[in-house]
Ligand binder design. Sequence first.
Ligand code: THU
Length: 144
Amino acid sequence: MAVDELMGDELTLYLSAKQASETAHAPYSKFHVGAALMLDDKSVITGSNQENAAYPSGLCAERVALFFAGAQAPQSKVLMILIYVPGTGRPAAPCGSCLQVMAETEDRQNSAFEILIANDKSVILLKDVQSLLPFRFGRKDLQA
Ligand code: THU
């Protein structure tokens, strides 16, 4: 889908994530990422990647937003998350650690949510996290 076809909540999340990418602290990778999620009361929570000189101490934009939501609005459900990275090629896919956290969010709230990955030109809609990371650590029905 082209960015200029976005409407409603998806457009709101796109603009929020794009704005959030400007708060990225990414002096090491120079890869600026913004994430925006919508909760079931329609409030929007944003995050951006926050790096550190001790590289593994940094955190991706998605997890900054998801953990903030978990800390500030633990009873709310995530309806949708949009991840924005500047550019015009293929939108960037979330890393495995973010998928793991998103999957557990789906498990915790007992409902799936859409993930939109976007840049300045295109948006790709991914239906849910479960289908992206089906065989994962912590999945209750796969445990011995
Ligand atoms: N990053 C994100 O914030 N989200 C992603 O989905 C992929 C990667 C960040 C982590 C690091 O700060 C930089 O992008 C380069 O990997």
